[in-house]
Design a protein. Sequence first.
Lengths: 542, 170
Amino acid sequence: MNYMELLGALAPEAIVVLTALVALAVDLLVLRQAPQNARQVVAVSITAVGILAAIIALSVAAPSPPWMDGLLINHSTTAFLKQTLLVLALVAGILSIQSRFTQHTGEYVTLLLLSTVGMMLLVSSDNLLLMFVALELTSLPLYVLTAFNKESPSSSEASLKYFLIGSLSAACLLFGISLLYGLSGGITWTQLATTLRAGSEPIVYLALILTLIGFAFKVAAAPFHLWAPDVYQGAPTPVAAFIASGSKIASFYMFARIFMAALPGTAGSAAWSGATPGWVPLVAALAVVSMILGNVAAIAQRSVKRLLAYSAIGHAGYALLAILSNTEQGMGSLLYYVVTYAVTAMGAFAVVNVIERDVQAPNGESLTDFAGLSRRSPLLSLCLLVFVLSLAGIPPLAGFFGKFYIFIATAQSGTSQGLIWLVMLAIGTSAISLYYYLQILKQVYVVESVGQPTPVQLRPAESACIVAMACTVLILGCAPNWLINRFSPNSTEVRRAGVITKPSTTLELAAEIHPRITAPLGTATGLVQKRPQFETTTANAQ
Amino acid sequence: MPTLPDLLFYALAGFTLLFGFLCVANPFSRNPVTSAMFLVLTIISMAGLFVLLQAFFLAAVQVLVYAGAVMVLFLFVIMLLDIKEEERRRLNKAALGIGGVAVLAIAGLLVRALVQATPLASAAGQRAEGSTKPLGRLLFTEYLLPFEILSVLLLVAMVGVILLSKKEMK
């Protein structure tokens, strides 16, 4: 064990922590008397430099083997996810320029970056201990960031709710993972995977449920979603955007990894006929409730931020389908889905941010503030059109392929299409969701604005970000292979830890429908056709 | 025939639960200072549990840091803010019902697990040595990374508290 090796493996995280400290020091020591706008520009510029350096460090870093007996793991998938997280953090920083929710720019940027460090570590962590610490480092800055707007009571209320519910969920998670540790005697995924089997101990199920509750809070899956609408509405919009995008990617990846890689022996089945106990039926229950409640409750919302919150709950339901498919293909489709969803949600919140600044209403924006936007800013409305249609899952945008891959992966995973009922339900709720997404577009394109339409004030950096995200959504939708291929071949660590993959049955059927789209899925499943061997960990016995 | 450590375990675990309950839902007093004092007793009972597990360092830290330093701060805050007796809140019947069902479900699962459980053949892993030296060695070698991340976490807590408690100047 070598400290330099540790620093080398964690160079990108170290760079981001340093950037956070430099931004804080510069803002508090040098720029105290400077005007607010200059401070914001300097803080975000420092952030941009640091993030760029970290992204470069990530792209040149050689993939290291599971490090220190399963403490950290670095490979091309984690590097890509970390780069995505860093870019999202930078966008959240840029969105905050010229916003009036706080005067503490240095602290804002610092907490944003430190939360990103937590997410990066979460993506890399390979055992329960590091996972929990990283999860706390992700959440704690987000609680504070939610309360940043001190003039708005709803910001403080949202933060308190988020903090209390988050602590409770952390307690549940800690209880669950302490039981897992007690049952297996190990904290790494491999140690857990080799010892835990369904049916051996009834307390395994309690551990599974408690762990699941902890993660369900983090990804805002119903019925553990109650914090989400208040936080999305009460938090400053750039913060809400970051909660909706960055923390979703990191939490879903960890959610999938802990269950797929560490607990494959306790999976069970959620097939319509012949369900067996395990975590898969539990995740299926969460997915069903999330999909129905998220999409139905969104219809009644009048605030776009609240509407996006309920839509996020619905989307969490779809992503849970990918997790319960419990295959490598499911993992690939999950990552494609959460990455594209994160970009889309960030974009939608960026547009809401502009509108909110424009309206200056004391209670935040509402759906009617978007009326006649197409005449006030054609560019902004076009971007919003792209984001909203992608969220609704309209081809050829990225959201469509995200859902498509997930549905294919889920339908294929059960034996003799036992999970097809979940896919049917998901398609049904997607159809419902179209209604409220089109409500937004109706306001933008059909309804006339009250009074004379004035052009919306857009800043160059902000509009560049929004246009870039809209283009990303469009490009990822037109060429989904590029992204999904990044994820499919190299989730090797999942296979190493023994994810049980089922032979594909509907793949041929899907390939007949559209050979080009399913080609990458074919290669993905082709890789995992052979049954994985469980590695006997000698480390455990020593 | 239960041995002495077993009896001590049940006694201390019972005290922890009892004092913990009295800390949050004391039927005799709604005074925050009383709650804080029961929290001290809870923490001390937990320190006793750590001693039974031979984690002497953790037990000492539990008493010194939590029962000592943190609780003094708690009392300072309670007295400085002059928090009066807490009012009894009107409970929401629906929330109470749903919460009750959830609690009963989890409790039922726990009881079922306890009833069906077989004594674990391999008492999970090797017994951790809890004295200061091996613990420090582990923290600074094998688990250095989580330990260092905690320092970043403390920085976040510090920045957050200063920011949230500071008065906004216009």
